[in-house]
Design a binder for this molecule. Structure first.
Ligand SMILES: Cc1ncc(C[n+]2csc(CCOP(=O)(O)OP(=O)(O)O)c2C)c(N)n1
Ligand SMILES: [Mg+2]
Length: 560
């Protein structure tokens, strides 16, 4: 390939297409000429949304569902809305690339309409935050954006293009739209671990009587679930996951003990707390996953496997640290593992399974409850049974994260699970982005009503672009995760008036959905859930399932 005289717009459109980008998410108007070139020269769908934050969340859902960078864009006045939306991607290590319009050297500091210096706001939510001020820099900066987004621990990148709408894309230079296909998805490389460290890790696991694996989002980023489950089976090791790593092992696997940490399942916390060895794989072992470093306790014998050297030992002192790609490392460990040592852990596996059975017994009555208004536990149990075997499940935070993290089980290795890393309102737009990335797979977003209100306007985007995701709204007419906190703030029991701080009108979201052109299904009785879900999964439009649940139902708090 040789350089030819072309516009930045053409280079950008051609490069995004060559990197395999199928959708971009934005609020206009930014990079207008690039969008015109996309239409003329590529198949890329230009999804314009009702807010920049939703666009960023859609790009994030797209990225987490596909492993490919998700692209979102905004003009200068929308840039900080976009930056706000990158925060969850940053916390979740999701490869999102954000393009914004930026300042002209000729006019900056003169009170240009709508303009501030946006660049600093992107600093805490990106791995690379850069400006593109000369059109001949388009090719190398776009390559660097992709390279950084997917490499090592993935994460967001921001490029600010000169001109409030990125008008620099109209300029010409001699350019070559060269792309590096290896950086079009996560992971670009699979670094081999030091084999002696693998040997040491396997030796420690084989000598342990009560080991447990804690699998995180790095396992899903690496596509290492199969190797993880194989190693657990060969050595007889129970597996807990972080919320971000929930799809590392199906919930019905005999070695699965559930999600550990704060938004967790009691069985997982109990097993991890009693382990004599914890093997962290692809997790930072942060506050959410360890219930603020109480589960397991700091000082437990620990192994950690990660692609990022700086993560190794950050939160738990380690006996063995292994630097490498999760899938490659687990495959090497599998080659070294001695299956005959499994008998040593038979009692421990029995104990772990008994702990799981106790958990099921404890929650059986609420999971089977026919109460009206419905128990959220019953809704989760119904979703475990009804969600298709190849679905992508996208879950909001707060109680949504607690209910689904703790009570819902994946039933098949082909099911995927993605969760908000803390931002209320993330799941609905992220689910739409996931559906764009995987149009042939069922996508099910789960959110509370407070979470759904944030970006409710995106129902229209879903209808307009035929993004046929199914969104389940756990509708209790309030943000009831806040209830416990306000009880405490009022010294035990809050006043009746305090409820105005966290309750909303009880609205029929199915009516709103129908009005906008989606399918709306309202469910008030537990018995109607299964047929409603069957209808939802066969609809050829976006679906909102509005499930009315009990506002007094509180998710169980973590056990330490
Ligand atoms: C951006 C953001 N703001 C505030 C919060 C704090 N928060 C967590 S859960 C919650 C209420 C959730 O209500 P809803 O989605 O209706 O779920 P419910 O608890 O009622 O099941 C709030 C306000 C948050 N997580 N993210
Ligand atoms: Mg609610």
């Amino acid at each position: 390939m040789t350089a030819v005289r072309v516009t930045g717009a053409r280079v950008l459109a051609d490069m995004l297409a060559a990197y395999g980008v199928t959708h971009v998410f934005m609020v206009p108007a930014v990079l207008r000429r690039t969008f015109a070139e996309m239409e003329r020269r590529t198949q890329i769908k230009r999804i314009h949304t009702h807010g920049e934050k939703a666009a960023a969340y859609m790009a994030d859902g797209y990225a987490r569902a596909s492993g490919k960078p998700g692209l979102c864009m905004a003009q200068v006045v929308g840039a900080l809305n976009l930056a706000a939306g990158l925060r969850d991607a940053y916390l979740a290590h999701s490869p999102v690339i954000a393009f914004t319009g930026g300042r002209e050297p000729r006019t900056k500091f003169r009170g240009v309409y709508q303009e501030i210096d946006d660049v600093p706001a992107f600093e805490p939510v990106t791995k690379l935050n850069a400006t593109v001020d000369a059109v001949e820099r388009f090719p190398d900066m776009v390559r660097q954006a992709f390279r950084v987004a997917v490499s090592g621990t993935p994460g967001p990148v921001h490029l600010q293009f000169r001109g409030n709408e990125g008008q620099i894309d109209a300029e010409e230079a001699d350019m070559e739209p060269l792309v590096e296909p290896e950086f079009s998805r996560v992971p670009p490389f699979r670094p081999e671990p030091d084999i002696e460290r693998c040997r040491a890790a396997v030796k420690l696991l084989q000598a342990a009587e009560r080991p447990v694996i804690v699998a995180g989002g790095g396992v899903r980023a690496s596509g290492a679930a199969r190797e993880l489950v194989a190693l657990a089976e060969v050595l007889g090791i129970p597996v807990a996951t972080s919320l971000n790593g929930k799809d590392s092992i199906p919930g019905n696997h005999p070695l699965s003990v559930g999600v550990v940490g704060s938004y967790s399942r009691e069985s997982a916390n109990r097993v991890v707390a009693h382990a004599d060895l914890v093997c962290f794989i692809g997790t930072t072992a942060g506050g959410m996953t360890t219930h603020f470093w109480a589960v397991p306790k700091i000082g437990v014998t620990a192994i950690q496997i990660d692609i990022e050297p700086e993560a190794l030992g950050r939160n738990y002192p380690l006996q063995v640290a292994v630097l490498g790609d999760a899938r490659t490392t687990l495959a090497r460990m599998l080659e070294l593992a001695d299956p005959s040592t499994v008998s040593k852990r038979k009692r421990w596996i029995d104990t772990a399974q008994a702990t799981c059975r106790e958990w099921h017994e404890k929650y059986r009555s609420v999971m089977e409850s026919n109460a009206v208004p419905m128990r959220p536990e019953r809704l989760c149990a119904e979703l475990t049974r009804s969600i298709p075997g190849d679905a992508i499940v996208v879950v909001d935070t707060g109680h949504a994260g607690m209910w689904m993290g703790g009570m819902y089980d994946l039933r098949a290795p082909a099911q995927s699970y993605m969760r908000s890393a803390g931002h209320l309102g993330w799941a609905f737009p992220a689910g739409l982005g996931a559906k764009c990335a995987a149009p042939t797979r069922p996508v099910v977003a789960f959110t509370g009503d407070a979470g759904f209100w944030y970006h409710i306007g995106e129902i229209e985007t879903a209808v307009r672009w035929k993004i046929n995701a199914v969104t389940i709204v756990n509708n209790n007419g309030g943000g009831n995760q806040s209830k416990r906190g306000f009880d405490r703030a009022y010294g035990g029991q809050q006043t009746e008036q305090a409820r105005e701080l966290w309750t909303y009108r009880m609205v029929n979201f199915a009516h709103i959905a129908e009005n906008i052109g989606a399918v709306g299904i309202r469910v008030e009785r537990p018995g109607d859930l299964a047929p409603a879900l069957r209808e939802a999964f066969t609809a050829d439009r976006p679906v909102i399932v509005d499930v009315v649940t009990d506002i007094e139902a509180l998710a169980p708090v973590a056990v330490a």
